[in-house]
Ligand binder design. Sequence first.
Ligand code: SAH
Length: 254
Amino acid sequence: MSGHLAIIGLGPGPADQITPQAAAALARADWLLGYGPYLDRLHLAPHQRIIPTDNREEAARAAHALRLVAEEGRQVAMVTGGDPGVFAMAAAVLEQMEQGPPAWRMVDLQIIPGITAMLAVAARVGAPLGHDFCAISLSDNLKPWSVIENRLRAAATGGFVMAFYNPRSKARPHQLGQALALLRDLLPGTVPVIFGRAIGRPDENVIFTTLAAADPEQVDMSTCVLIGTAETRVLERPGLEPLVYTPRSIAGPV
Ligand code: SAH
């Protein structure tokens, strides 16, 4: 049998947010590669073999998957959280297909979308992404910090709602604070900010704050941060959590 590679998004956490298409692709695989905690979420059949991988060695993991498919004819699933094309493995695999042996370009490949973190956080709190928005990874492992700062400035002056992925880690404790300081010079302090942590998982936590008050200490690597715009509204509801939304129309130039 010829090999097949499925790059599968598992969504933010809950089993009922794994699409039927992703579930079918998981069932078809004999070999599953992915970061250990993602693989732990799955109920696997006895014949399915798992290869837990380090979350950092993306290029090596992608090449490993392509070798299994192209050279050994395996049915391989590469598993990612959220969507595989959002700060995840799909681009890493395509990069290896471009750079590797010609046979790698020809592998039978399927990329299966999943619910990405910013959509899960947004749905949890209302509709903060209701108008134009962008997603920025705050990690400078794969790009210089100066590029991140330029993109933050462009997004703020362009009037985009922002979703920050990889906002803060033990190795990078100061960058979210620096990003917020930069934005405070460009946007009103009243802009709504949401820290959505581990959405859909048992340790989920949501914090509603503002650009002026946002405290980076409340954020870790399991958090997706949403920064509103001057138009983003907070609908207060006595006794209930607020709802946050960005209106579908805006009045004039930002
Ligand atoms: N491919 C993933 C993103 C990988 S980058 C996706 O589409 O969601 C990892 C970052 O995603 C984390 O640092 C965090 O910012 C965000 N993230 C992933 N799962 C999350 C969840 N359940 N709740 C909040 N943020 C999450």
